[in-house]
Design a protein around this ligand. Sequence first.
Ligand SMILES: [Zn+2]
Ligand SMILES: [Zn+2]
Length: 360
Amino acid sequence: MAKSPEEEHPVKAFGWAARDPSGVLSPFKFSRRATGEKDVQFKVVYCGICHSDLHCVKNEWGFSMYPLLPGHEIVGIVTEVGSKVQKFKLGDKVGVGCMVGSCRSCDNCSKNLENYCPKMLLTYNSIYHDGTVTYGGYSDIMVADEHFVVRWPDNLPLDSGAPLLCAGITTYSPLKYFGLDKPGMHVGVVGLGGLGHVGVKFAKAFGVKVTVISTSPSKKKEAIEHLGADSFLVSRDPDQMQAAAGTLDGIIDTVSAPHPLLPLIGLLKTHGKIVLVGAPEKPLELPVMPLLMGRKIVAGSTIGGMKETQEMLDFAAKHNITADVEVIPVDYVNTAMERLVKADVRYRFVLDIANTMKAA
Ligand SMILES: [Zn+2]
Ligand SMILES: [Zn+2]
């Protein structure tokens, strides 16, 4: 018979987990595997709260396994390394993002695209190589194969940097891959939430002109004055959208709710690309004719490989890019989830694990 989460491994651990699709998180005793020869064990200091954590605790994508312990924007300090670990030593600052494993041999893996490996293992709610369920960063300690651990740049803050591990790489990678990182280009960012606000910062750091596209006119001041966007469009205002038709080289669409693509496609120049990085739970309607008329591309992208994730963090450190965060104590997590449903956060909650996670 399978052992309980508390008994299956030798290292005692503690976190907050959801027990059912109500999504309510509560204290949870479990265990972590002994540090293997290529593993890095670390004390978790901060963990960001991603919108996908919310989808998962409530089983909105339909594949949640309970107890479910979320968190994939995890930063901490190394407490133990395996005998064959090469990249890290005790006391190093490190991070773990959305994945903790892949096959390491397929075509994607060989090209540093572990994120597209068919056997990619998520940081939580996946079955690890040893047959046990993975648990995320809403917990006191973490262990991961060093390949899936990133070096934390010295001058990058741990708290406001944590969300880069998901929100950062999710926007950085498509800007690079789709060639939307060239100075002089004009890029749109749709949705000004956790993903969108760091997308704007990366795009500006690449030297491109940025237009934020949002349903709420109230975000204009914030987008332009605080985040440095060059212009702002209210997507529900047909006159504004018409006036901006054919002006964008590309769009990063971060919206994770169903929304119309037609007005966005209209903003693209010939050969323009719209890259979807949010994951609406229902299919979107795809108007084909406007794609044909201008050889436009609709694409998708998810996080990035480990090499690129490291590159993104180093770039962020160099350009002083962090997320705007509200650091909260662990026992505030359920309130934070309720506020996240209403998008009532600027722009990311980060759990102060080191100071507020108290083992029951
Ligand atoms: Zn995420
Ligand atoms: Zn693979």
